[in-house]
Design a protein around this ligand. Structure first.
Ligand code: UN1
Length: 495
């Protein structure tokens, strides 16, 4: 785990993380891996102003040329995938194949954005007036602020930044205080790409290092045209209304309390594997992690004991080691919140298997499975840890209603081979989430689809499909190519 070598291969000078008030520790064994200077309020203000200046130049660059910069960024990511993926593992604690997978997601969104840079299509619209035509044009929006969380320390930036850049917008990124080293590395890779590109305006991509106050500066600065914030619902409740108060735009990716339903016709082996990855993978620290499982009473006794057995055999340990499936929790706070949730679940009558601390260093836990009868109390809260609450159901409508009774609405899934059940789940009266899957778990979405959720998840959509529209402003244009001046709706106004 030689950080200095890794960082230097990624293009980051040691001085950038050798001193400062922010101490960075790896969750692998709690060792200090860097110290970083926090940005002062004046610094943050100056960086936003620089980004605003960059906007004035970047918006005039043709979109396909802007795409070229993102293509070069994708190339840097390809070359440095191993190093960056390893750094993600060291800083966030996710297992190496997930660290690498996260960088792959960055590469994928770069590819997507490059193609999109030639497809920022608007509509042409039939005008009711002779000699007129109407169309919609999508213009660059302005500076995009990005607040990201520790669990996807680099991919979330890329879902936003790759689209923002091709849409003509600079980015100011505030990474989680728990994962600033990966952000430094990504910034260095961006700078390499920008150098190869040649004439990207200075300040097109900038990092701000800080805590809550820095986030608030992004929220309140009128130059931040769009703020994309990933984190807790509590954070979103602060951010959303403040941005709305200045008529800025926000894209919120907040909590999830994702559920799965295992129906009687399900392929149980497949369901078992999918549930383990979704609930225990990433140590339950994805916003899409599976947290509630509804198992039909007919198959409950054949699935749940097997699930418990699989849970007991999951290899928990050093995420850099091959064969490990579950790495550490991010820190002590996460561990305490997990134990608190398990205590509450027990007090509610839950039967807990697993959940205990594993090993001597770091906050490693055995993923917990909790058989519950009452779907309330702690079950309604998102605990960012590997806890799966399991319920028995008898009626699909009832299971769907319970699933939808969570305050959040990010992701959901059903395991069934019955087409009627699958379609019912995906219909308007089925899952109320932004993501609904059949025969796969709720996590691990591809970048091609729009990613995000409803209700307390915040309503934002980023990544694929037409999520790019959030990063642009729509202009409705009407052109009169005649010598007459007919008014809309037949209004007469002769002068
Ligand atoms: C998150 O946890 O913040 O679908 C995002 C997934 C990933 C994204 C997770 N592609 O699990």
């Amino acid at each position: 785990m030689n950080i200095t070598d890794l960082m230097s291969r990624l293009g980051v000078d040691e001085r950038a993380y050798a001193s400062g008030d922010l101490v960075v520790e790896t969750p692998i064994d709690g060792a200090e891996i860097g110290r970083i200077a926090l940005d002062s309020a004046e610094n943050v203000e100056a960086k936003i102003a620089k980004a605003q200046n960059a906007f004035l130049a970047w918006r005039a660059v043709p979109a396909p040329r802007r795409g070229e910069l993102v293509r070069l960024l994708g190339e840097e990511l390809r070359v440095h995938k191993d190093d960056l993926g390893r750094l993600v593992t060291i800083e966030s604690g996710k297992i190496l194949s997930e660290g690498l997978g996260e960088v792959q997601e960055m590469i994928d969104i770069c590819d997507f954005a490059v193609g999109l840079s030639r497809q920022l299509y608007g509509l042409t619209i039939a005008s009711e007036r002779p000699g007129h035509h109407m169309r919609e044009t999508w213009h660059p929006l302005g500076v995009v602020g990005i607040i990201s969380a520790f669990n996807f320390p680099v991919a979330v930036w890329s879902w936003n930044a790759a689209l923002a850049f091709i849409c003509g917008n600079p980015c100011v990124w505030k990474p989680s205080e728990k994962t600033p080293l990966t952000a430094l590395a990504v910034q260095a890779l961006f700078e390499k790409a920008a150098e190869k590109f040649g004439d990207a305006p200075d300040g097109l991509s900038q990092l701000v290092i800080g805590g809550r106050e820095t986030g608030e500066q992004l929220v309140n600065d009128p130059c931040i045209a769009l703020l994309s914030a990933t984190g807790s619902t509590r954070m979103g409740r602060d951010v959303g209304p403040h941005i709305a108060g200045r008529f800025g735009r926000s894209l919120l990716e907040l909590g999830g309390n994702n559920a799965g339903i295992v129906a009687p016709s399900a392929d149980l082996d497949l369901a078992l594997r999918a549930v383990c990855f979704a609930a225990a993978g990433t140590a339950g620290q994805r916003c899409t992690s599976l947290r509630r499982l509804f198992v039909h009473e007919k198959i409950y006794r054949s699935l749940v004991p097997k699930l418990k057995k699989a849970y007991a055999s999951l290899s928990v340990g050093d995420p850099l080691e091959e064969g490990t499936l579950v790495g550490p929790l991010i820190d002590q706070g996460a561990f305490e919140r997990m134990q608190y949730a398990l205590d509450r679940a027990k007090a509610q009558g839950g039967q807990v298997s697993g959940g205990e601390h594993v090993g001597d260093t770091g906050y490693y836990v055995r993923p917990a499975l909790v058989e519950m009868e009452s779907h309330d109390g702690i079950v309604m809260e998102e605990t960012f840890a590997p806890i799966l609450y399991v319920f028995k159901y008898s009626d699909l409508d009832e299971a769907i209603a319970l699933q939808n009774s969570a305050a959040q609405g990010l992701s959901s899934c059903i395991f069934t081979r019955d087409v009627l059940e699958a379609e019912r789940f995906l219909s308007a009266t089925g899952s109320d989430c932004g993501i609904a899957n059949v025969n796969i778990g709720p996590s691990g979405a591809e970048i091609g689809g729009a990613f995000g959720g409803e209700k307390e998840t915040g309503g934002g959509r980023e990544s694929g499909s037409d999520a790019w529209k959030a990063y642009m402003r729509r202009q409705t244009q009407t052109v009169n190519y005649s010598t007459e001046l007919p008014l809309a709706q037949g209004v007469k106004f002769e002068v």
